[in-house]
Design a protein. Structure first.
Length: 400
């Protein structure tokens, strides 16, 4: 079994299964017909006469690939892949004595950059970085000339995008990213760091509950004058029972005193996994009593994140969350060559959404001018809601 993976499953069909090269030849025709036994367009795989299978797909649903037992994997545009996919699939390659090809264009200093840096110092890896100056046709002529690039500039293409796409520059931030400036300041001020987690301090969790993708959880304490993100967990295809155990394991390990668990504003309309019962009903069975994050538009929520960032520090164990915040970006309109107002849904959305919920709750619950006025939160107990005064001890209604 050989896997050829794109960031999204539908990209495999568009780019390879139905795609053609610059000379008009179908990519699938590069597999010699003499060695093909059969093809399956629905599954996007090719079975060869010796029994081997070439399987196309996307890493956005990497759990579906876990039983495929590949001996070779190609990651196309690796910087856009869910970084968890390689973590889960790589042990299969190790066991099978297999190989992998990781290729793509830089998107800032994300997981692909870190893998590239590792490979440079790993003798078992072959590493090659080719810019537009290095990439030639068979006859030695450039694939892209400097005149072509100058034409892009005249059309208004940003210099940062040219550096990224044509010169493989990792120092260019992710184009359209929401929080580049805030994260740069956080790194400069060393607020992505190791710090003491205080046992017994009130601890809040903020959840983005995935229906078809990951569930992401942030653990937060207020300590040393910071909104301290002390832990982060993200996982796919797990039920509420699993995450209840995760909460308990974290409590025992760090001495967390759970005060409130905040879920998405549409939590009442969501189902967790394949169960017919609502997420709230399932959570109550495990003594997790959610408060509902106030509903706010995504754009306003992003502004809430930006205004909170100056007060945030994040523990180094939450690297996955940092990667998500770094990658979280606007959708790009190819036709008009502008970024849209709405975010692009990728693997980074889960962590970024849970962080957005934390910012919304913070501004509603903890940073209001009138500290005596109660806030109304919908809870998992009833449809009425509860008045929660600022500073009140609410552990009795939300304790694990």
């Amino acid at each position: 079994m050989y896997l050829y993976l794109f960031p999204q499953h539908n990209q495999a069909r568009k780019v390879i299964w139905k795609g053609i090269d610059g000379g008009g030849r179908r990519f699938l025709d590069y597999v010699p017909k003499a060695i093909i036994k059969s093809t399956n367009s629905t599954e996007m795989n090719i079975e060869l006469i010796n029994g081997s299978i070439i399987q196309l797909g996307g890493s956005n649903n990497y759990n579906a690939l876990m039983g495929s037992n590949p001996v070779g994997i190609v990651y196309s545009e690796h910087s856009l892949h869910n970084p968890l996919s390689r973590q889960y699939l790589n042990p299969i390659l190790v066991e099978n004595g297999g190989w992998e090809i990781v290729q793509g264009t830089p998107r800032g200093k994300n997981h692909s950059y870190h893998l590239y840096q590792h490979a440079l110092n790993e003798p078992s890896w072959f590493v090659r970085k080719w810019t537009v100056d290095d990439t030639k046709r068979h006859d030695g002529t450039p694939v892209v000339t400097k005149d072509m690039i100058d034409g892009e500039r005249r059309m208004g293409v940003a210099e940062e995008l040219i550096r990224q796409e044509y010169y493989c520059d990792f120092n260019v931030g992710v184009q359209g990213a929401y929080y580049t400036a805030e994260l740069d300041l956080m790194y400069y001020q060393k607020r992505f760091c190791d710090f003491e987690v205080r046992p017994g301090l009130p601890t809040f969790t903020f959840w983005d509950i995935g229906v078809r993708d990951s569930t992401a959880i942030i653990w937060m304490q207020m300590s040393d004058g910071f909104v301290s993100v002390v832990d982060y967990h993200e996982e796919t295809d797990k039920g509420v029972d699993h995450f209840a155990r995760v909460l308990e394991e974290k409590r025992q390990k760090y001495g967390f005193k759970y005060t409130n668990h905040f879920g998405p504003h549409d939590l009442r309309q969501r189902d967790w996994g394949a169960s017919a019962r609502s997420t709230l009903a399932q959570a109550r069975d495990w003594n997790i009593h959610f408060l509902i994050t106030p509903q706010l538009s995504v754009v306003d929520g992003i502004q809430a994140v930006r205004s909170l960032f100056k007060d945030v520090r994040i523990h180094t164990r939450c690297k996955r969350l940092i990667d998500s915040l770094t990658e979280y970006r606007r959708e790009y309109d190819e036709e008009h060559r502008v970024f849209k107002d709405n975010p692009l849904h990728t693997w980074a959305s889960n962590g970024a959404d849970s962080f957005r919920y934390m910012a919304i709750v913070w501004h509603n619950q903890f940073s209001r001018p009138d500290q005596s006025a109660p806030r109304k939160y919908q809870t998992s107990f009833d449809g009425i809601g509860h008045q929660i005064p600022q500073g009140a001890n609410t552990s009795s209604i939300s304790m694990l």
